[in-house]
Ligand binder design. Structure first.
Ligand code: ATP
Ligand code: MG
Length: 421
């Protein structure tokens, strides 16, 4: 009798199943150990799951409350927008982490992405919110102007250039770039022309919207590694499915469109709904924006469909304008005070002077950007003369300086104090 006749039939060394109960049994080179096809599959999944979190860096996501609190340090007012952005960004990165860590096989539910559309007048904090978020989350951030983009093949930057920018912001690290934030400003300027009947191609409007579609949704794009494209250049693949796209624009005509629709639909012809809603202090047209209004504005339905989160920003009132002047980190008043301090002069602003600056800036209709314009204007005289004044201790800006171009109040050091020095 041969020795092998006494041997048991080979079994899987992991699960113990005999050969006849499995599809395949693989033996080790020494034939001392075996593994069945089922255990191979389980091992493969364990390996993928264990390796991925090490390879892919998970993004530490603060809670929506924490995100909002950080935004509060830099952005004044815009409470609704900050809350909505905090939730949207939190969900986005939770989704990114979920998708990164789970292997494709284990993923029971695929979480789709929700890009964001910010609508609000100029200079009220759209870009600032996006930038602050990226800095806070420590993810790469790129900001582009939609008006500089054209369809591929036409003069101008093609939409893929946005990804090159993001890659540079990530110091060439593709994996970091793939979880970054891209802010596309002025998307309202790429709306279709009003009548839509053009015989030439609309390369900078509808054409750009078309070109952006795939990228917004999630696709793999070949991106040149350098700043400019040239033939034969090395490219890298960037998957945009985990990149958060935030689009922003002022959408000036949108209010009219919403009001017109509401006017016609809710109260019939000849009604004065538009005026009534205007009088109602609580009315915010932004809450009533529907996709149809954006289509009316000139965005194509596919483009709107890829920006499911619509967030509105409000015009800034006087109180917010004063707060912007004085409270955020690096605020304008502190900046001017520092400029004067470098010459040993204390700069003071009367409370009503701040209110007057806010009012004057608001009248420019360029949002908070008006504050710098007005500040530069009223401070010019003082900045010109004060550095050559002897023994000047304090400069006080009064409301009269702001409203009527009166001279600031100057206070000099007392004689005995000077003698001490
Ligand atoms: N809510 C705000 N809180 C604090 N600062 C603000 C706020 N809004 C605007 N600012 C100031 O105004 C500047 C311009 O704002 P921002 O770039 O965010 O405007 P925007 O809404 O993007 O306008 P645009 O539509 O013209 O691009 C900011 O850099 C910031 O200094
Ligand atoms: Mg902007």
């Amino acid at each position: 009798m041969k020795k092998s006749d006494f041997l048991e039939p080979p079994c899987c060394s992991f699960c113990g199943k005999p050969q006849e109960n499995v599809r395949k049994l693989v033996s080790s080179p020494s034939s001392e150990a075996f593994i069945c096809d089922n255990c191979i599959e389980i091992c493969r999944e364990i390996c993928t799951d264990n390796n991925e979190p090490e390879r892919v860096e998970r993004i530490k996501v603060p809670t929506p409350l924490e995100i909002k609190a950080s935004l509060d340090d830099y952005i004044i007012g815009q409470e609704n927008a900050k809350r909505a952005m905090a939730v949207a960004v939190y969900n986005h990165y939770k989704r990114v982490n979920y998708n990164l860590v789970r292997s494709v096989r284990n993923r029971k539910v695929e979480l789709d992405k929700s890009n964001i559309l910010l609508i609000g007048p100029t200079g009220v904090g759209k870009t600032l919110i996006a930038k602050t978020l990226a800095r806070m989350l420590k993810v790469p951030f790129a900001c582009v102007d939609a008006t500089t983009l054209t369809e591929a093949g036409y003069v101008g930057e093609d939409v893929e250039s946005v990804l090159s920018k993001l890659l540079r912001a990530a110091d060439g690290d593709v994996m970091r770039a793939e979880t970054g934030i891209i802010y596309i400003d002025e998307v309202d300027k790429i709306a279709k022309k009003a009548d839509g009947r053009t015989f030439t191609r609309d390369v900078s409007g509808e054409g750009v919207q078309q070109a952006l579609l795939k990228m917004l949704e999630g696709t793999v794009v070949q991106v040149p590694q350098g700043a400019k494209r040239f033939p034969g250049q090395e490219t890298v693949s960037i998957d945009t499915s985990n990149i958060l796209f935030i689009c922003g624009g002022a959408f000036v005509r949108l209010k009219e469109i919403v009001e017109k629709r509401k006017n016609v639909h809710s109260l019939g012809f000849g009604s004065n709904m538009a005026k009534k809603v205007e009088e109602n202090h609580e009315y915010r047209y932004i809450e009533n924006v529907e996709p149809a209004d954006l289509i009316d504005f000139g965005l194509i339905p596919e483009f709107i469909g890829r920006l499911p989160v619509v967030i509105g920003l409000e015009p800034l009132d006087q109180k917010s304008m004063i707060n912007i002047l004085t409270t955020p980190k690096n605020n304008l008043i502190d900046q001017f005070k520092t400029i004067f301090k470098l010459d040993g002069i204390e700069l003071k602003f009367d409370t009503d002077a701040l209110a007057a600056i806010a009012d004057k800036a608001a009248a420019l209709n360029i949002g908070a950007r008006g504050l710098r314009t007005i500040m530069e204007e009223i401070m010019l005289d003082a900045m010109f003369t004060c550095p050559s004044e002897q023994n000047l201790e304090r400069v006080t800006i009064t409301a009269d300086c702001v409203k009527n171009n009166a001279k600031p109040h100057l206070q000099y050091k007392k004689a005995e104090k000077i003698a001490n020095i």
